[in-house]
Design a protein around this ligand. Structure first.
Ligand code: DGJ
Length: 730
């Protein structure tokens, strides 16, 4: 807030209509004098008001508990300054916040003013949604701000719709999805960061005055997935403290900015990353931003994750098969890489079936000219040299074994050495006078073009209709570069990155409509595409190319902050990342904490290894409903010492499964840490019930003992692990 604003504003404490949250009609209430709205969830309150100058201002966002004390509305505004703290911050007048709306009108005016016009409380898919309409008093820009409330989950979805109601175009230079304004405090930020092979590492930092941005500019989110959690400094723990958290539904370039002001207030704003992008809003045209999701939890980072997991599973993932358990899959990538043929895939499939796998997936290498990563991408027809009879005879044999069949594709890419590129060199992103930068010998198709989208829809539809394919692994192995589209008009060229994502969503949605029983797995050179936009279409995610079971505990620990275990695919492999050679049992246990897969050359496994694998897969099938549908409790972080533990429990606490891991038992790890921590306290159980313990630890204990005294830490030595199942006895 500017000093001027501070001087001239005074605080008026006004009576507002407050009502407890006991019906959905009371989720959103209105206030009069000033005009405003109060949005309530189980644990939070979000309040807005119309200030004296007509600007909609944020009044409060935080816990129910603090709300009663802080309930006040600033409405008087010095007209020479205007309201500078805004719920939809715009470029215009004093720009004291990170703006959500930045436009240029036809007469070159770059400032706007967004003044309250009307509101409506809608019901969208069974939940109340406040729409507040804002208008520029002079120019034909209308902005409708939407806030949909999911009260039980303490979640608000925000998005904007911009409309041009004048007869000349308006250039949108920035349209963020939504902003929130947190109470004065000192805040810590927890977010995820990493790189290829090291995705989702948990980072924690103090926010100081200024802006902290997490973002992607490369269409890949290895560096930062779109997820954050903030809470008062030092107070946010796994099980306690206030946490504001959120995520974004956008699979292209995005940004989330956290701006800490001198006042101590914190703004969090996010949406499409408009660097290098602008959208021309033609007369009567609307532009809808993707959704940003904000949530509030008073029970720490764990509570934030519980809400986010439930939100993703019940409100983001909308496909009917979402309720089904994910199959145990086998993927042949590490076994055969590009060198695939029918005989060898069938040999693998046979063993996969013997050990209990349900879905066999052929990875890269099956299509025309694909002998290594130099050629073939773009030509989605089978390589007749490798499969002279096509794929279907092999698929039939795999189906006859009792396995479903899945296939790898990378539709958004093309190799210069491909029939597609030779026929359509202009179908990639490029600038005529610049290098076409390659990565993994491939270019990015310009999916912003409808003809490219149509080509992919046709060729993938053909693949899916000619072959009995029940699973697609959809990969993307390079970042964005050179996003030029020279044949489009200049305005459309600036829209390419947004149009690309719109067409990507259209392409996947259309394929899903045509082939409704196909499961989709998202992959991007490991786990480089995890966001709420892609999960509204795809059913699970390849988490990382790093399959080392200890590294995976860390990667999975981070992943589970933002996304549920039902999306987290984890294969058992023989890949040797650190020359550490953990046992097969340890590798299985690490992978069984997510969606289990096997990804190794099974022909090299001994009979004994195969038998052990079969036992593990059997066990996984027993505990799978708990892992995939249970409530996740991160009991011990692999970053905090030499052990890790994660628990999945039914919502009613009747049943649970706990995974325990000793990683490297060194002196550093095993003396003080172990002594301090001789047991692990479970969560989410019924304190008054007795539980039967089975699998790697047998016995009986009450929920109270298990949660307050804990399960004794019975593992010894490097890479030892255990699974303990708990079932209520009565
Ligand atoms: C990258 C993926 O992460 C791997 O699992 C594999 O599918 C390769 N691409 C294939 O090229």
């Amino acid at each position: 807030m500017s000093e001027l604003t501070k001087v001239f504003l005074f605080v008026a404490w006004l009576g507002v209509i407050t009502a407890p949250l006991n019906s959905s009609a009371e989720t959103i209430t209105t206030t009069e004098n000033p005009t405003g709205w109060i949005l309530r969830t189980q644990s939070s309150v979000y309040q807005l008001a119309v200030a004296g100058d007509g600007i909609v201002i944020p009044v409060y966002y935080g816990s129910q508990g603090n709300y009663t004390e802080l309930n006040g509305v600033r409405t008087h505004v010095n007209p020479k300054v205007g309201s500078t703290i805004r719920d939809v911050p715009f470029r215009g007048g004093y720009v004291d916040m990170t703006p959500a709306v930045e436009v240029i009108f036809a007469d070159h005016t770059r400032d706007t003013e967004l003044i309250y016009e009307a509101y409506e409380i809608l019901e969208l898919d069974g939940f109340p949604c406040l729409r507040v309409d804002l208008k520029d008093p002079v120019y034909g820009l209308r902005v409708s701000s939407h806030i949909r409330v999911l009260p039980q989950l303490d979640i608000l979805e925000k998005w904007l719709v911009l409309k041009n109601v004048e007869d000349k175009p308006i250039l949108v230079e920035n349209a963020q999805s939504g902003s929130v304004y947190l109470p004065r405090d000192e805040y810590d930020l927890v977010h995820l960061a990493g790189r290829w092979g090291q995705e989702n590492l948990v980072k924690r930092t103090r926010l100081t005055q200024g802006v902290k941005t997490i973002q992607t500019r490369s269409f890949r989110n290895h560096e930062n997935p779109p997820w954050f959690a903030v809470g008062p400094a030092e107070q946010m723990s796994e099980t306690g403290g206030s946490v504001w958290f959120g995520s974004l539904a956008w699979s292209g370039n995005w940004r989330i900015d956290l701006e800490q002001f001198d006042s101590g207030n914190l703004q969090i704003i996010g949406g499409i990353n408009f660097g290098d992008t602008a959208w021309t809003l033609d007369p009567e045209e609307e532009f809808t931003t993707p959704k940003i999701v904000f949530g509030f939890a008073s029970d720490g980072l764990g509570g934030a994750s519980h809400r986010m997991h439930e939100y993703i599973l019940d409100h983001v993932m909308r496909k009917p098969q979402n309720s089904q358990l994910r199959p145990v899959l086998y993927n042949s990538w590490y076994a055969t890489t590009f060198n695939v043929n029918e005989e060898q895939q069938l040999a693998l499939a046979k063993i996969a079936k013997e050990i209990g796998v349900e879905l066999f997936v052929i990875d890269d290498g099956w299509f025309k000219g694909r002998n290594d990563d130099h050629a073939g991408l773009g030509d989605w027809t089978v390589d007749e040299k490798k499969f002279p009879n096509g794929l279907q005879p092999m698929i039939q044999k795999i189906n006859d074994l009792g396995l479903d069949f899945g296939i790898w594709v990378e539709p958004e890419m093309v190799n210069p050495d491909s029939d597609l590129f030779r026929a359509h060199p202009d179908w990639t992103f490029y600038y005529p006078n610049r290098t076409r930068h390659e990565s993994r010998n491939q270019l990015m198709l310009n999916l912003a073009r409808r003809d490219v989208c149509d080509y992919l829809l046709d060729s993938l539809s053909r693949l899916l209709s000619e072959n009995n394919i029940k699973f697609i692994k959809w990969d993307r192995n390079r970042p964005l570069s050179d996003p030029g589209w020279p044949s489009a008009d200049p305005a459309t060229q600036r829209e390419a990155q947004i149009r690309f994502v719109h067409n990507l969503y259209h392409l996947i949605a259309e394929l899903e409509k045509r082939f409704p029983d196909v499961l989709f797995e998202v992959c991007s050179g490991g786990g480089g595409r995890t966001d709420l936009g892609i999960f509204s279409l795809m059913d699970q995610a390849w988490t990382s190319d790093n399959t080392d079971p200890v590294d995976r505990l860390m990667i999975q620990h981070g992943f589970l902050h933002a996304f549920p275990a039902k999306l987290m695919v984890a294969w058992v492999t023989d890949e040797d990342w650190h020359r550490a050679r953990p046992s097969l049992k340890f590798r299985f246990h690490s992978s069984m904490a997510g969606v289990l897969g096997v990804g190794t050359d099974l022909t090299r496994w001994s009979q004994e290894e195969r038998e052990q694998a079969a036992e593990m897969i059997d066990l996984y099938k027993e505990i799978r409903p708990l892992v995939q549908n249970g409530v996740t409790h991160r009991l011990l972080s692999p970053f905090d010492g030499n052990r890790a533990a994660v628990e999945y429990v039914t919502p009613d606490g009747d049943e649970a499964v706990v995974f325990l891991f000793n990683t490297w038992e060194t002196l550093q790890g095993s003396t003080p840490t172990s002594l301090k921590n001789p047991s692990v306290r479970l969560r989410g159980l019924d304190p008054n019930a007795e539980y039967l313990l089975s699998i790697d630890r047998k016995g009986r204990a009450t929920g109270n003992t298990l949660m307050n005294i804990g399960l004794p830490w019975f593992l010894n030595g490097n890479f030892s692990s255990a699974i303990v199942r708990l079932q209520k006895t009565d």
